[in-house]
Write a protein that binds this ligand. Sequence first.
Ligand SMILES: NC(=O)c1ccc[n+]([C@@H]2O[C@H](COP(=O)([O-])OP(=O)(O)OC[C@H]3O[C@@H](n4cnc5c(N)ncnc54)[C@H](OP(=O)(O)O)[C@@H]3O)[C@@H](O)[C@H]2O)c1
Length: 329
Amino acid sequence: MSTNSNFEQPTVVMGCQCALVSAGYLAIFAVAYRLLTSIWNIVGPYVLFSPIDLKKRAGAGWAVVTGATDGIGKAYAFELARRGFNVFLVSRTQSKLDETKKEILEKYQNIEIRTYSYDFTNAAVSGYQDLLAELNQVEIGVLINNVGLSYEYPEVLHKVDGGIERLANITTINTLPPTLLSAGILPQMVERKAGVIVNVGSSAGANQMTLWAVYSATKKYVSWLSGILRKEYESHGITIQTIAPMMVATKMSKVKKTSFFTPNGEQFVKSALNTIGNAADTTGYISHQLQLEVMDLIPEFIRDKILTNMSFGTRKAALRKREREAKSQ
Ligand SMILES: NC(=O)c1ccc[n+]([C@@H]2O[C@H](COP(=O)([O-])OP(=O)(O)OC[C@H]3O[C@@H](n4cnc5c(N)ncnc54)[C@H](OP(=O)(O)O)[C@@H]3O)[C@@H](O)[C@H]2O)c1
């Protein structure tokens, strides 16, 4: 008996040590893998890889851009025109569409521009059918699902500025266009076995953002939709990309001053377009990717606290500004 237990003890201790060492190596491997993935997500698409031949990948000469008369969408329209695509501008206000068309043609004469005015708060299927009938008259190689709507300022659900009408509009505008326009334009892309769809989400969809519930949730929808469509259509030769920006200086963000972390629409889009084919799901801009990767390394409960504090800070500043404006009137 005693001889047996003498042999068993070192075996058990050795077994324990072995398990601990293995767990240690696994932990080191997991941390190293996480860090390397983060570095790769920044360096790969934004430093190392050359832009793909977008025209070849698109397989057709027209690009459709929604929300094309301002901010990021307008910048996509200009940059695609610069790269030789004919552009179909879709947005709410016809006068702004006409103005954008004029501005693009003044700069790039060798392309064609068409416009279609559509208010994306209109969720009627018949409205989409009319729009798609117009769009499908041309050969579409690139579809940029960019149109989006956010809150006036962060707020808890039942107090959101604009009430349930605003919540309905955010939900409709952020989810229906990427869903229905993709469904309506994919048939011609599938037939040609080529095409590019870019769905503009937001980094707000990467976390459960307190005080941004509907915006954050709808942007999460965009990223899930894109991810699943990618699996469904990759084998058909179609590239589906999610672009999830951080802050870009546009009307929506209400930020006017650009900085290292806040590009303007043009700077942002020049970078984002170069990531097509090189990154399936990315922020679109190197400093945004850096921010996202650093945030992702922070444990979730701390990240959550930081983001919640930021939301409450933004809300406080917005309400103070409102108060000042009300007093000065
Ligand atoms: N800016 C940022 O910091 C940021 C960050 C993350 C994600 N994003 C996303 O990027 C996309 C573009 O944002 P942005 O900042 O460029 O926005 P923006 O400057 O506010 O421009 C919005 C564009 O969408 C059009 N639009 C708005 N409501 C519409 C409606 N009901 N029907 C049809 N068109 C409508 C506007 O046209 P009208 O002027 O005629 O209304 C305009 O052309 C959005 O999906 C947004 O969620 C932006």
